[in-house]
Design a protein around this ligand. Structure first.
Ligand SMILES: Nc1ncnc2c1ncn2[C@@H]1O[C@H](COP(=O)(O)OP(=O)(O)O)[C@@H](O)[C@H]1O
Ligand SMILES: [Mg+2]
Length: 367
């Protein structure tokens, strides 16, 4: 990466949680178009999340048998795990049209009223980032979800009147990365909540194979495993890495992907065997090399890495913590033994040293 790109990368990461990172979980608009082509269209094609699939299958089958509309569904989980995909699958399985909007797009209750009052019977309304909806819109939604009714306010001030409007039955599919931020009355109005988990490597391998087939790229088992292992449990990242490896295979080899090609390609893009990128490694390296594994305060660590505090805390750390490489403690950030191993550095000898013959200080990790 050039200096400029580095800066762009850091700025993008700080502004929106990492759109410009190869291993960032969010998609930009250009990527969304590519993703649309890779989306599974029916529940049977959806890989992984066995619990969610089984439960959702029952909800949808039962609704179909009753010739009714499915209960409202809340999908919660990290970005890139398949929430938008599932919402489209729900509509497809119900043979219903789908309307797509998002919390931030609904500024006023009137915006929501306009959408709700134009829904057809049985339609699926997908409300992405539902935790970011405005308060008044949220309250309108309560009534719409429960009674299929909205009060449209006509006029202003003391002369304003509420005109009740009946809505046709519809299915609301809400998606959120932060289920904890939803007010309980909203959460309670969903008949079914699906918690999406990060994917297992073998599931991501299937995702990679499936996408490779759709992109018409040849890939062997070890090549797919190599990409899956670096994808941070996230199908969106797996698909993105696959596209970068495909570029490499096409330019540097005969176009087909094996483990060696995948590993060399991702080396070029600085995504390591565990899915850490340049930023993650910089944070970890500083923690180990400059601070002996910590504890060190977030601000100090950020200065050492040359990044904003927020970037280190919100962009790099969550994955490092999830991977068990870094821990946040009241005294500061510390590296785990796995961090030393991952960067191929010898674990430090315990400090303070053991008293001779004593049972020894166990250290933070009892290592
Ligand atoms: N279970 C899955 N099987 C196959 N591909 C998936 C799966 N989940 C997600 N994807 C792919 O990952 C990308 C991101 O999924 P998306 O539904 O947009 O995630 P989210 O809305 O949770 O951010 C899509 O291109 C989709 O094809
Ligand atoms: Mg989405």
């Amino acid at each position: 990466m050039s200096r400029d790109e580095d800066q762009q990368y850091a700025a993008g990461a700080a502004a929106d949680g990492g759109v410009d990172r190869l291993v960032g979980p969010e998609a930009d608009s250009e990527e969304s178009a590519v993703e649309a082509a890779l989306r599974p269209k029916e529940l049977g094609e959806f890989i992984g999340q066995p619990k969610v699939r089984e439960q959702l299958d029952l909800v949808l089958k039962a609704a179909r048998q009753r010739n009714g509309t499915a209960d409202h569904v809340l999908l919660s989980g990290a970005p890139g795990l398949g929430k938008t995909t599932l919402s489209m699958i729900i509509a497809a399985e119900m043979a219903a049209p789908i309307r797509i909007t998002s919390g931030p797009a609904i500024q006023h209750a009137g915006d929501l009223a306009a959408i709700l009052s134009s829904l057809q019977e049985g339609e699926v309304l997908f409300l992405d980032e539902i935790h970011r909806m405005s308060r008044p819109a949220e309250e309108m939604l309560y009534m719409a979800m429960e009674d299929f009714r909205v009060d449209v306010i006509v006029g202003k001030g003391p002369g304003a009147t509420a005109i009740p409007l009946e809505l046709p039955p519809f299915t609301l599919v809400g998606a959120t990365t932060r289920a904890g931020l939803l007010p309980p009355p909203l959460r309670d109005r969903f008949g079914f909540t699906a918690h999406m988990e990060f994917y297992e490597p073998h599931e991501l391998e299937q995702v990679v194979h499936r996408s490779a087939r759709l992109l018409d790229v040849e890939i062997d088992t070890d090549g797919a495993a190599e990409i899956a292992g670096r994808s941070r449990g996230t199908p969106r990242i797996a698909n993105r890495l696959l596209r970068r490896v495909r570029d490499y295979a096409q330019v540097k080899a005969d176009g087909s992907i094996d483990q060696d090609i995948a590993s060399r390609a991702l080396g070029v893009y600085e995504v390591d065997e565990r899915g850490l990128d340049r930023l993650d490694r910089a944070v970890l390296t500083a923690l180990l090399k400059l601070f002996g594994g910590g504890p060190v305060g977030l601000s100090t660590l950020s200065v050492a890495v040359g990044e904003e505090r927020e970037t280190v805390e919100e962009v790099a750390e969550p994955f490092l913590v999830r991977e068990g490489l870094l821990a946040r403690t009241p005294r500061g950030r510390i590296a785990t033994p796995a961090a030393w191993d991952h960067l191929d550095m010898p674990r430090p000898t315990q400090n303070p040293p053991h008293p001779p013959g004593g049972s020894g200080q166990q250290g933070l990790f009892g290592a």
